[in-house]
Design a protein around this ligand. Structure first.
Ligand code: AR6
Length: 176
């Protein structure tokens, strides 16, 4: 594994709403008005001012990203991205998921976030196959970090041991 690149990623099992980073990424839906899963947890932890701000954004298409402040979260910013709903793999799901990571990194650079935490986008309610999604997440991160110097650390915050172990396994393939 490339030493410098390896030092800029960390995989951990945790609750993303507790992360003390510049920005956390939310796996939102196109309304940006909250929902279940990680989206619900982020809105609860940030407080109602987050919803008040996301109402003014006016939604977000699948594969794109928007950002807001973090309000009561330890994170200063929330980058909201909308992953694709898995529907068999022939509806551009891979490209759209890759695009979520690309656009989240672009947003992080725009707001000057040096530390960033991702959940496992699309792999919960949106049912994207885990290993395939983790491959996309780590491959996109590797290519971004190879060309960027503004982001010091990217955390992959896994909810549950199955997700954690999959990230550990795939990271060995992608970063070696
Ligand atoms: N911290 C980190 N990861 C979490 C947390 C948390 N607090 N809570 C859940 N996860 P999902 P999606 C994990 O369903 O598949 C929402 O209703 C979860 O275990 O949150 O992109 C939105 O509004 C899984 O590994 O997001 C959309 O409608 C991962 O986060 C829809 O769900 C993603 O699961 C988006 O579905």
């Amino acid at each position: 594994m490339d030493k410098a690149l390896k030092d800029r990623i960390e995989i951990l099992e945790a609750d993303i709403t507790k992360m003390e980073v510049d920005a956390i990424v939310n796996a939102a839906n196109t309304s940006l008005l909250g929902g279940g899963g990680v989206d619900g947890a982020i809105h609860r932890a940030a407080g109602s001012e987050l919803l008040a701000e996301t109402r003014t954004i006016g939604g977000c298409p699948t594969g794109e990203a928007r950002f807001s402040k973090g309000y009561r979260l330890p994170a200063k910013w929330v980058i909201h991205t909308v992953g694709p709903i898995w529907s068999g793999g022939n509806r551009d799901e891979d490209r759209l998921l890759a695009s979520c990571y690309k656009n989240s990194f672009k947003a992080a650079a725009e707001i000057g976030a040096a530390t960033l935490a991702f959940p496992s986008i699309s792999t919960g309610a949106y049912r994207f196959p885990l290993e395939r999604a983790v491959n996309i997440a780590l491959t996109e991160t590797k290519s971004f970090l190879q060309t960027d110097e503004s982001i010091n650390k990217v955390f992959f915050v896994c909810f549950g041991s199955e997700v954690y172990e999959k990230y550990q396994e795939v990271s060995k393939e992608v970063f070696e």
